[in-house]
Design a protein around this ligand. Structure first.
Ligand SMILES: [Zn+2]
Length: 124
């Protein structure tokens, strides 16, 4: 699976390069659209509706003090803020079958679960 890192921050690129050599070959993009997310492993700090579009979403997780929010964060700051990369499973109720919990497995018309045939939530 192709991995992309979504960030426009030099500090984040430096932190990932320093702490996660396994992502060293990943393409870094400053902004993501739907086409960048679908079917890919994405590392970043995406809004939740965009995280839900990824095949796999790995969040740059850290607690930024209130007085530093909205300011440029350096690699050293990220270390001080306890940054780590954690995988999150982000799904909207319509993204998984409410009966068998299969994610994103729908019949061709998108109306039923391809695994168990249950109607998709939010569909008639
Ligand atoms: Zn099902």
């Amino acid at each position: 699976m192709e991995t992309k890192i979504v960030t426009r921050h030099a500090g984040a690129m430096e932190w990932i390069a320093k702490h996660h050599l396994e992502f060293g070959d990943a393409e870094v993009i400053a902004h993501a659209d739907v086409g960048d997310l679908k079917g890919r492993r994405i590392i970043g700090m995406l809004p939740i509706h965009m995280a839900a579009m990824c095949k796999e979403y790995w969040h740059l997780e850290m607690t930024v003090p209130a007085d530093r929010r909205g300011t440029e964060i350096s690699c050293e700051d990220m270390e001080n803020f306890g940054c780590k990369i954690s995988q999150f499973l982000v799904v909207a109720p319509g993204d998984f079958c409410q009966v068998c919990y299969e994610i994103g497995s729908w019949t061709h018309d998108g109306l039923r679960c391809a695994e168990c045939g249950a109607p998709r939530k939010g569909q008639k």
